[in-house]
Design a protein around this ligand. Structure first.
Ligand code: 3PG
Length: 395
């Protein structure tokens, strides 16, 4: 079981702490100003920042924003995040124009205890993406200790998540610790019956997740359009992609060998053309006409899933049940979100960009036991893969 080394018991008074966070938040560009449209990831690292402030550390925050691939982009600079963090903490957050070098070293030296400096977007350096060792050494140079709270980027082997740990004593932050603890618990020790609800459009993107999660749950619900290739396979209808059939065969055998119950949608909402104004039809699971597309699960599937949720003690959810961004296709996703939000005596965990978005659209994000801040990192962890940034901060 992965156990994160945390900084909670360290004396950090006046220590120069490099804190890696994932403040990769959505930004909207309007009349030359960039506004944060969702600050949830910033909010999620506030407990770590507040504890460091309490400990009277000198806090130097490092994050990436977007994927500038080593090039400066004025739409991806740190300014809006620094301003927003200042407002949240009600304290000035100083800004650096760079992430390494003499100017940064001067600012770090001038920083008082319980003060914060935020570095420029680390991905303006391509060496960050390459996990370059000389760059990591330069990045680490001004600091006494490194704390990684950036679970969302823990699947990337970058200088600021991995390389820097070669040069500094390294620990995990409170968010990192919580994410790892919850996800470990979810698959290993959470109360049974455990149910996983996995949705999305393409089964190929979720095969590894399905295989790994099937080992640790009693009920595996597959929803959304990605259920169709499994239904085809079970009915002896070949999927266009022959390798997919082989992979589904392996998956089904694995599910069977673990005595896991596979639940597929009983009905679907379908359309010929995806649009807010399109005509839709409800069909049973095996009646999909040629040239029609699945855009949601139907009412029988919704009540079947609700019944299973009702009888489960632990529920894990990743992937929407349909194209929830279009209102008339959003019922399946929205009903699952509402049912889980009411299940407050159960362990409810969800993650993945669009699933989190769906729940936040419904204003239900405070109603779950845990919502992961990771997209790719969350999926890779639950696929059973090792996240490179976790290794150096593991006990
Ligand atoms: C995310 O948004 O999932 C993380 O910030 C990682 O971003 P990346 O996929 O650009 O590395």
């Amino acid at each position: 079981m992965t156990k994160i080394k945390t900084f909670e018991n360290l004396d950090l008074h006046n220590k120069k702490v490099l804190l890696r966070v994932d403040f990769n938040v959505p930004l909207e560009s309007n009349k030359n100003t960039n506004t944060i449209t969702d600050d949830w990831r910033i909010q999620s690292s506030l407990p770590t920042i507040n504890l460091l402030l309490e400990k009277k550390a000198r806090i130097i925050i490092c994050t990436h924003i977007g994927r500038p691939k080593g090039k400066y982009s004025k739409d991806l600079t740190i300014g809006p995040i620094a301003d927003h963090l200042s407002q949240l903490l009600k304290t000035k957050v100083h800004q650096a124009n760079d992430s390494i070098g003499t100017d940064v070293e001067i600012l770090v030296d001038q920083l008082q205890e319980s003060s914060i400096l935020i570095l420029q977007n680390i991905r303006f350096y391509i060496d960050e993406d390459k996990n370059s060792i000389p760059f990591s050494k330069k990045l680490a140079k001004p600091y006494d200790i490194f704390i990684n709270d950036a679970f969302g980027v823990a699947h990337r082997e970058n200088s600021s998540t991995v390389g820097v740990t070669q040069f500094l004593p390294s620990y995990g932050g409170l968010l990192m610790k919580q994410e790892i603890e919850v996800l470990n618990h979810l698959t290993k020790s959470a109360p049974s019956p455990r149910t996983a609800i996995i949705g999305g459009a393409k089964i190929a993107d979720k095969l590894l997740l399905l295989k790994n999660i099937a080992k640790s749950v009693e009920n595996l619900i597959v929803g959304g359009a990605m259920a169709q290739p499994i239904i085809n396979f079970l009915e002896g209808v070949s999927n266009i992609d022959n390798t997919l059939d082989k992979q589904i065969d392996v998956l089904l055998k694995l599910i069977h060998s673990h005595n896991t119950k596979l639940i597929l949608p009983k009905d679907f909402l379908i359309t010929e053309q995806i649009s807010e104004f399109s005509k839709t039809r409800l069909i049973n699971m095996n009646d999909l006409p040629k040239d029609w597309q699945i855009v949601d699960i139907g009412p029988k599937s919704i009540s079947q899933i609700q019944g299973i949720i009702d009888k489960s003690s632990t529920i894990f959810w990743n992937g929407p049940m349909g194209i929830f961004e279009i209102k008339k296709y959003s019922k399946g996703t929205s009903q699952i979100a509402k049912t889980l939000a009411k299940a407050n005596n159960k362990l409810t965990v969800l993650g993945g960009g669009s699933t989190v978005q769906a729940v936040r659209n419904e204003g239900l994000d405070d109603k779950f036991s845990h919502i992961s801040t990771g997209g790719g990192a969350f999926l890779k962890f639950l696929e059973g893969q090792t996240l490179p940034a976790i290794i150096p901060i593991t006990e």
